[in-house]
Ligand binder design. Structure first.
Ligand SMILES: [Zn+2]
Length: 305
């Protein structure tokens, strides 16, 4: 009996410890880039399955995804610049509002929302009971992305039971229609296409027709929030040619990934990604010929908010 009690106590202590560890992982994490504070708003970690991968050979899988799964997550980002309080994507909206509150930000305080694209795990937090969750914000959508989700022709190419994404994107567009800004993303090297001060939209098409990365610049340093440029980091960094079934145009998604990876590795640019495991931020090393690798940004105590 005594040993049974001990076992239960041990189990309880183990579970309590584990829960604390899990809770720590839920905290927003802030990185400073010159005058911009970039805060990860994690919506929760999960495991991705090798079944979503396109073009991965058995050899690649054996080396980089031996268990058949890889770490994944859903993230949004808060940007505090000298001029603006910006949300980049809105996740599912599960933990988003609690995280914003813990950063002392009300939904009304967000004056700009930048979307990388309009999949449900990026726009879920934009509506509450059919109304906009961020009443003061201007919603920036890449024009090719807007055109795709608003196209009846594109919608009708899908069977009726798979058109939910179109319905959701159109609801968001309708709710924010009085504060909507469409923009055309630019190239990595260009200096125009600034959407708001210090932030440029970079065309990274393929995952969706208008998928866009955001390049931030402050005090001579750059940071890239690359949206869904990668979903399976352990295999898509060494082999950027591996695509995922979620990509609208897998070949184009591969080309965008290769182009951006070269830029951020060559220029030592820190990354924030919507599906990178906690803390959602990495540095990319390597090159196209030998493959890339990634180093998760430190979550050492004292750096956490
Ligand atoms: Zn996504």
């Amino acid at each position: 009996m005594k040993s049974k009690q001990l076992l239960i106590t041990c189990l309880w202590v183990f579970l309590a410890t584990f829960q604390v560890a899990a809770q720590v992982e839920e905290y927003p994490f802030t990185y400073s880039l010159g005058q911009i504070n970039i805060t990860l708003l994690p919506e929760g970690g999960q495991q991705g399955s090798k079944d979503i991968l396109i073009g991965a050979t058995d050899e690649m899988l054996k080396q980089y995804v031996p268990e058949g799964t890889f770490p994944n997550a859903v993230n949004a980002f808060l940007l505090e610049t000298p001029e603006n309080t910006i949300l980049v994507d809105a996740g599912f909206g599960r933990k988003l509002f609690a995280h914003l509150e813990s950063c002392n930000k009300t939904p009304e305080a967000i004056n700009i929302i930048l979307l990388t694209h309009m999949h449900g795990d990026h726009i879920g937090g934009l509506l509450k009971d059919g109304k906009k969750s961020f009443p003061s914000a201007i919603l920036y959508i890449p024009k090719p992305e807007y055109d795709y989700w608003m196209s009846d022709q594109e919608m009708q190419r899908l069977p009726e039971d798979r058109r939910g994404g179109f319905t959701q994107a159109r609801r968001v567009i309708d709710a924010y229609k009085d504060k909507l800004e469409l923009f055309v993303p630019g190239e990595l090297e260009g200096t125009d296409h600034e959407i708001v001060s210090g932030i440029r939209g970079i065309a990274a098409y393929g995952h969706t027709p208008g998928h866009t990365a955001y390049l931030l610049e402050s005090e001579g340093e750059e940071y890239c929030i690359w949206g869904d440029l990668a979903h399976a980091m352990p295999i898509q960094m060494p082999y950027p040619q591996v695509a995922v079934t979620y990509d609208t145009d897998p070949a184009k998604a591969v080309e965008s990934r290769q182009r951006l990876l070269k830029y951020v590795a060559d220029n030592n640019v820190e990354i924030g990604g919507m599906h990178i495991e906690y803390p959602g931020m990495v540095k990319i090393k390597g090159n196209a010929a030998d493959g890339y690798r990634y180093i998760l940004t430190c979550t050492c105590e004292g750096v956490l908010r």
